[in-house]
Design a protein around this ligand. Structure first.
Ligand SMILES: [Mg+2]
Length: 414
């Protein structure tokens, strides 16, 4: 009798698995006339850093970091410092590798590029762990509370010829943009403020509110444009316009200021996209700084550290709604984390944003998000499906990766 064995596409736990090669891709794509602005910066291009980990089993894992600032320093952290510890490690032990890597850089790199580098490596390890076990990352994180996540549109930046003013044409363009998100099926919209005078920015929000009506939820993000006294002024205007959260009103270092604003304003205060690791979020929670915590998994420490941040948040009864910015890998990463995020608090019929987490769905032009994966994300009835395949459950298209790669570097086992 001949026994036909099924093709084994995964590596059973108990056998060895080693990372043999680290490849980084610095991605850039210019936006031309579609450039836009936040309160802090112009966005003439979309950039990011993808990390590809190859193993002796043939399995390949992907991670992302370096989407905020220049991606090149993050690649340097990987190849010049962290790579020697990553090569030869078993990616199925991501928390162990995380602690090893963090201990290498604790004395000089507790925030910034080193943590973005660790985040990217950690995400790629969880992708490999999932592929090795045949399970999606959200299952490995503890299981899915939901199969799809309600999305909020991030849009209404300062754009093109209308970027720096509130002329009638500028306000008309803004109203049209806001209305288009509602027509696309979004029921929650996050807009930008902080680049113009408070009076001009309030006028923009009034126009957006008029355009979308009272039944679409509005959120506002200042990217830390204000000092405390101006943030109080703006916060009271946001309350008048029924805006449901005030994101990064002041600089992330001013924890006392955050605590003060939270005591003085009724509008929930959101923050944390510029914070890193369990230690940074411990300070936010312990000092009562935020109503909503927004770790970005591609910066704050990947999945391994997200679990610690989430546990801290749960213990402080603070909802976690990750910040998302970057390529399709970053979005897939956030969706797995959100799938595994409990209600805050539980109710029989959870309501999006009220106690059910939502996913940030940036609507600015971004080919790195829309073109690079074989499984593009889609909005269906206001929600985005969580990938269900092993690991991250997404596949990078090689030709698109090549198209957007400006620098490719590799380190491999000797
Ligand atoms: Mg933000």
């Amino acid at each position: 009798m001949v026994l036909l064995c099924p093709v084994q596409s995964w590596t059973p736990i108990g056998t060895t698995m080693q990372i043999t090669k680290i490849i980084t891709h610095v991605l850039k794509t210019p936006l031309g006339k579609e450039r836009f602005y936040s309160s802090q910066a112009a966005f003439p291009e979309r950039t990011s850093l993808l990390v590809r980990l190859e193993t002796d089993t043939g399995l390949v894992g992907w991670g992302e970091g370096g989407q905020y600032g220049p991606p090149e320093p993050v690649a340097a952290c990987i190849h010049a410092v962290l790579g020697s510890q990553v090569l030869g490690s078993d990616p199925r032990n991501p928390a162990v590798l995380w602690e090893r890597l963090y201990s290498m850089i604790r004395d000089f790199g507790q925030k910034g590029p080193y943590l973005e580098a660790i985040s990217a490596i950690d995400i790629a390890c969880w992708d490999l762990l999932g592929q090795a076990t045949g399970l999606p990352v959200h299952t490995l994180l503890g299981g899915a509370f939901r199969e799809s996540v309600t999305a909020y549109a991030t849009g209404c930046y300062y754009r093109g010829e209308h970027a720096f003013g509130v002329s009638e044409d500028a306000l008309q363009a803004l109203a049209d943009e806001a209305r288009s998100y509602v027509e696309d099926g979004f029921r929650i919209l996050k807009i930008k403020l902080g680049l113009l005078s408070i009076e001009a920015d309030v006028r923009r929000i009034e126009v957006i509110r008029e355009a979308i009506g009272p039944n679409v939820t509005l959120l506002a993000d200042a990217n830390h444009a204000y000092n405390v006294s101006n943030a109080l002024r703006v916060g009271r205007e946001l309350e008048r316009l029924d805006v449901r959260w005030f994101e990064e009103p002041i600089v992330p270092e001013d924890l006392e200021g955050y605590r003060h604003l939270r005591q003085k304003l009724a509008i929930p205060i959101a923050g944390g996209e510029c914070e890193y690791t369990r230690y940074g979020f411990r300070n936010l929670f312990a000092q009562g700084c935020v109503d909503i915590a927004q770790p970005d998994l591609c910066c704050a420490g990947g999945f391994s550290e997200f679990l610690k941040i989430q546990a801290l948040a749960l213990a402080h009864h603070t909802p976690v709604i990750p910040h998302v910015w970057g390529s399709g890998i970053a979005l897939a990463t956030a969706l797995h984390a959100l799938a595994a995020t409990p209600w805050q608090p539980y109710t029989y019929l959870p309501v999006a944003l009220q106690n059910e987490p939502v996913v940030e769905y940036d609507r600015n032009p971004n080919p790195l998000r829309d073109d690079i994966l074989e499984q593009p994300f889609k909005l269906v009835e206001g929600k985005v499906a969580v990938p269900s395949g092993p690991g991250l459950g997404v596949t990078v298209i090689g030709s698109k990766l090549d198209k957007f790669t400006v620098t490719r570097q590799e380190s491999k086992s000797s």
